[in-house]
Ligand binder design. Sequence first.
Ligand SMILES: NC(=O)c1ccc[n+]([C@@H]2O[C@H](COP(=O)([O-])OP(=O)(O)OC[C@H]3O[C@@H](n4cnc5c(N)ncnc54)[C@H](OP(=O)(O)O)[C@@H]3O)[C@@H](O)[C@H]2O)c1
Length: 326
Amino acid sequence: MSHHKSYRFQEPGDESVLKLETRPIPEPQAGEVRVRHTAIGVNFIDIYHRTGLYPLPLPSGLGLEAAGVVDAVGEGVTSCLPGDRVAYCGGPPGAYGETHVVAADKLLALPDAVSDEQAAAALLKGLTAAYLLFETFAVRAGQTILWHAAAGGVGSIACQWAKALGVRVIGTAGSDEKLELARQNGCAEVIDYRQGNIAERVRALTSGQGVPVVYDSVGRATFEASLDCLSPRGLMVSFGNASGAVPDFSPLLLAQKGSLFLTRPTLGHYTSTREELESLASRLFDAIGAGDIRVPVNQRYSLDQAAQAHRDLAQRKTTGSSILIP
Ligand SMILES: NC(=O)c1ccc[n+]([C@@H]2O[C@H](COP(=O)([O-])OP(=O)(O)OC[C@H]3O[C@@H](n4cnc5c(N)ncnc54)[C@H](OP(=O)(O)O)[C@@H]3O)[C@@H](O)[C@H]2O)c1
């Protein structure tokens, strides 16, 4: 095979900018590995890249996450061999394709207990859940936390995991079906945030105390209500913008709402060394192997349906994880 199919886009825009092209297969350079994909993860960040909310140098490939087998290795690579089952999540974008070349030190060997589809559906989202639950704020059994979009990709994994750690999770979601899924994901309490009054309802569920941490990936639509759900000196973890970016605000707001802390973390800063990446990945693979996390592969699309996958994710039609099958 000398050519393969992969997506590129020339300018930011709606789904129509995504073009599936037939291109020469790239050769891995020193320290790099070519992976032949069997399953590709779809993530909300792919939409931010496509629309330009997170600008990329263009033209660019798209997609950060896939699983498959090692196809070819560049000079000096000793950590894997052709035929090994592997997965990765991280740049450079280009996972939406039949193959992709990535740095060898970003690849993870897949244990037998984790299928290719599970890996593509859970690696980026599960590593995110791991750093958020263990490092950004180390949750403890008996605590009550608030997790927005509890039936989504990251939310489904994180809520199951938090429940397994003995945490009482209040989950939000935007439809009756999703609220039921949030319960199945281990949320002890669920809130339909389309009805408003999130803070009042969180206070009612916590004897007026509020929660020590809010995990908010919805962004603009929920940011201020999330601050109102926190107990004094609580931590607001703003880790996404599904409804749009959070507008500028004065730090005085944090004082007025209870000497709050705010962080805006990204996965890259928690997996910048090989040691950090392996440590979070082994936590994730162990939790999947132990059955603490069922990986929700709820939407499967063929590679040529990436535009549809983006529309469904942006229009809140999906639950759990979405994957593309090349
Ligand atoms: N910072 C990091 O390190 C990091 C890493 C990975 C992911 N993330 C972020 O985590 C979030 C979840 O990612 P994901 O890929 O798993 O997506 P997802 O949660 O499966 O999809 C986003 C969900 O957000 C909710 N939502 C609320 N308002 C929305 C709106 N106006 N438009 C679209 N969706 C809206 C929807 O659920 P309801 O219908 O229930 O409201 C939707 O299903 C994203 O914001 C992503 O950027 C951050």
